[in-house]
Design a protein around this ligand. Sequence first.
Ligand code: SAH
Length: 456
Amino acid sequence: MSRTLPVNKNDYIDVVFEDLTHDGAGVAKVEGYPIFVQNGLPGEKAKVKVIKANKGYGFGRLIELYEKSPYRVDIPNNEKHKYGGCQLEHISYEGQLQYKENQVRQVLTRIGKLEDVIVHPILGMDNPLRYRNKAQVPVGKKDGKLIAGFFKPRSHEIVDTDESVIQLPEVNEAVQAVKEICSGLGIPAYQEESHKGVLRHIMARYGKQTGELMVVIISKTSEIPHQKRIVEEIIARLPKVKSIVHNINSKRTNVILGEKTTVLWGNEVIYDYIGDVKFAISALSFYQVNPVQTKVLYDKALEYANLTGEELVIDAYCGIGTISLFLAQKAKKVFGVEVVPEAIEDAKRNAELNGIKNAEFAAGEAEIVIPKWYKEGNVADVLVVDPPRKGCDEALLQTIIEMKPKKVVYVSCNPATLARDLRILEDGGYKTVEVQPVDMFPMTTHVECVSQLVLK
Ligand code: SAH
């Protein structure tokens, strides 16, 4: 059938890029047939080699740029920059912000069929580098030494990386230190194919406001050779470390963390502040990765909740209670729900830590717990949701529609599922008033949004 396509595999063609996909690839069209090319930017003219020609679309490789976009910035041509997870690093920050704002607008119209919703200009960072407070990197072995870094796309080959441009220096330093310490002590890397070996991942998390560091060593085996030495050397090399944790993941899986966690040294948690609220964070709990922009996001969520002190609030997908405790200061009562039991333990501890008495937390799935609360007669005035990338469960959306909270604040890390869910809520009687994109993940294609809905 390839006869009917305007291009064939291995063709060299000249194109002009028109657009960017949601994962940051350039889109060129030949007689309406889209070709996706990594590294191409809208407006650029280029020579491209067709590497795959599917029925409805193809893939190409950039061979030569004839004309560069004014938004293009030069980055070093090496594996670290190519595979480091920074898909937009070759675009100026101004260009990145524009791209993300456009994405949000397009998706809200295309998927959400929301024509008249206000989308505010995206809130970016003053300094969009070295912002992340957490890394979790796979470990392998090369030339007799441990390596750690990034997987090459669609492969399980690890590129050894000494730093990431989006990680806080303390996080980079911690990962390097643990890698070198374990390498020096001859700890075997885990090997996926044979399911043998020991060290799978190294994780580091840093509380930017408190200066507290957590190191998590993830191994296949329940014992790590030279465990005591490893701990001693980590303490000696990383003076900010407050918690060293061992997580055991003995399964054949791509999931990073296993079920069993033990503290090797120090505290079970590290602490951090967002605004004035102090948080205890344990190894398995979700905690926003960009502390500067988290404050911006939560302030917006609080503004959209528009609380007077009389409201009953439900915070679905509450993690360690971050948004719940922010809102509790202005609400009568907040109920948080979250599926990870460890995160709920953290949330309860965090309420206590801050002397907040009007917040309660329950472990369970939001789509099960909230319908149950509703049946028991609990009706929220304001409902906040902050689901993972796949968005809200249909059963939860239906309960919201029946419960009819006056306001819904939807925090989302995936505009596509946000748009889908907003459409369901619109059809169920809500009006999306405004959407505020926030750049929580500079240099990457990810974009966060917070939206306000009111009952029509
Ligand atoms: N609001 C929090 C966490 C947001 S991340 C914050 O800002 O820090 C999304 C959270 O949803 C994660 O903690 C994840 O564990 C949780 N989660 C995923 N599926 C869930 C479900 N079905 N019900 C409740 N929580 C869920």
